[in-house]
Write a protein that binds this ligand. Structure first.
Ligand code: SF4
Length: 182
């Protein structure tokens, strides 16, 4: 049985990937490491949803709350808002890779690959580049195929479903139409 470390961005996006990984017989360990999420209350709500889903699927997990540091996220972005997703993916995948290497996992992956709104090619290339020369592989899987299954299940379980990707920029993009311009 292969050991896989999965980075999770939230609860709803973890549902279908957990189903797939369990069906394929992987030994799963999940981590929640998302310093990109703003504000802190939103981070905590998503964290709670993630834990609910882990418990439902009986998946072992760890939350990296000590690494929740918005300043570091903004330093990383460094006013490169237009290319922010690259740095955001890199930050989270690099951490996952380091943990996978330290824990001697066979593979690592991410629930970002469940989202229809994320840049799959970019995620794949980052994952592949991180593993080059190591004994770990990035496990790419197009979890988007189960979009509806995951959405339906999250509603059925009453799991908190967020309204924006995570960072303050994505929140602004999501709600800016509600601003009143004179
Ligand atoms: S839009 Fe999402 S993936 Fe992109 S930087 Fe913001 S939180 Fe990260």
């Amino acid at each position: 049985m292969k050991n896989i470390l999965i980075h999770c961005c939230c609860g709803p996006c973890s549902i279908y990937p957990f189903e797939v990984l369990q069906q394929k017989g992987f030994n799963i360990f999940a981590i929640y490491f998302n310093p990109n999420i703003h504000p802190l209350k939103e981070y905590l709500r998503r964290r709670e949803a993630f834990i609910e889903v882990c418990k439902y699927f009986n998946v072992r997990y760890l939350c990296f709350d000590k690494d929740y540091n918005p300043q570091k996220y903004f330093q990383l972005i460094n006013f490169r808002e237009n290319n922010r997703c690259f740095y955001c993916y890199y930050m989270r995948l690099e951490k996952t890779f380091f943990i996978a290497r330290r824990g001697k996992f066979d593979l690592f992956t991410t629930t970002l690959l469940y989202s229809k709104f994320q840049k799959h090619n970019m995620i794949f290339e980052i994952g592949r580049d991180l593993c080059s020369g190591s004994k770990i592989d990035f496990w790419y899987y197009d979890f988007r195929e189960g979009w509806k299954i995951g959405q339906d299940k999250s509603k059925q379980l009453g799991i908190y479903r967020q309204e924006y990707c995570g960072c303050i920029y994505s929140e602004f993009d999501r709600f800016k139409k509600e601003l009143m311009f004179e």
